[in-house]
Design a protein around this ligand. Structure first.
Ligand code: GUN
Length: 296
């Protein structure tokens, strides 16, 4: 394999160690640790796995955590009630509501109700606005994780062409802003492709890209013939595909044809072990940031 691995698992561990050192300091000064609340509605198995991972990460760094599991029949009003309870609780620093939500709940209504300074995911319109205008604030966790990974591997972005596949509120759109705004990483020329980009145009764009970021949710979307020699490839896709030989019955793959693309790229993120653990690390980082803000 030619490409070097952008090791999100290891980098996220480094970040968790840094956060733990800060939490140990707080405890040694007699202060309470930061507290993250995760609200999970319904029984999506992948969501359960993600929330368990987030709670495990909290325990590892010494955060308090609450895993609030609500039934799939929970109404939007009831969920908003829980969000408001945690908004007002001075012992809660970060709140996240795991997506996707059941169809009868409008996710934007929930996102905009979390008080912006406890918005651990960085999805609130105020935080996205602050990010867009380059004010300090809470960054969307997955895009922040990608930026952190690129920064720690010292991958240059200034003047580079970044092509993003996917325009979601939680990955594609915010990473396009972070990559194009000032600072390092940043200062890039950005192209966003999405569901209405004809496949031939997506290929043309990717072939011109120095950095390709894919967050679509389609295994095998990005193939080696779409990637320029020595490009950097960041795969945000997490897809469960059937694998009868595995105990769980499935395995995880991204949106990139990893083996073939790794023969052309200079750097590539694996799935799992790439962007996923970075998202969780940034969630902790956002919660610590909120805690520090409320503790002066
Ligand atoms: N579902 C998929 N990704 C995310 C995420 O980053 N945060 C939350 N809350 N839900 C998600």
């Amino acid at each position: 394999m030619k490409a070097k691995i952008l090791d999100g698992k290891k980098t996220a561990q480094d970040i968790r160690n840094e956060i733990k050192a800060e939490v140990d300091q707080l405890r040694s000064r007699g202060l309470r640790p930061p507290h993250l609340v995760a609200i999970l509605v319904g029984d999506n198995p992948a969501s359960h796995t993600y929330v368990r991972g987030k709670m495990r990460a909290c325990a590892e760094v010494g955060f308090d955590s609450t895993n609030k599991h609500l039934p799939a029949s929970t109404t939007e009003q009831e969920l908003l009630g829980w969000v408001k309870t945690y908004n007002e609780d001075p012992l809660v620093d970060g709140i996240l509501v795991q997506m996707p939500l059941p169809e009868h709940i409008v996710p934007q209504n929930i996102t905009k109700t979390i008080v912006p300074h406890k918005d651990a995911d960085g999805f609130h319109p105020l935080n996205v606005g602050l990010m867009t205008l380059n004010f300090p604030g809470i960054l969307s966790a997955t895009p922040a994780g990608i930026m952190e990974l690129i920064d720690r591997y010292e991958i240059p972005t200034k003047g580079k062409h970044v092509v993003i596949a996917g325009r979601s509120r939680i990955v594609g759109r915010p990473i396009s802003i972070l990559m194009s705004r000032g600072g390092q990483p940043g200062e890039a020329t950005v192209t966003i492709c999405h569901r209405y980009t004809p496949p031939e145009l997506l290929k043309q764009m990717c072939l011109q890209a120095d950095i390709v970021i894919v967050a679509v949710g389609k295994p095998g979307l990005i193939t080696a013939d779409m990637i320029k020699e020595d490009a950097v490839v960041i795969d945000v896709g997490i897809n469960r595909i059937e694998a009868p030989e595995k105990k769980s019955g499935y395995r995880l793959v991204g949106d990139v044809d990893f083996d073939a693309v790794a023969e052309k790229a200079s750097y590539i993120t694996p799935v799992p072990g790439g962007v996923g653990p970075m998202t969780v690390a940034m969630l902790l980082s956002n919660t610590l940031h909120s805690y520090k803000r409320s503790h002066g």
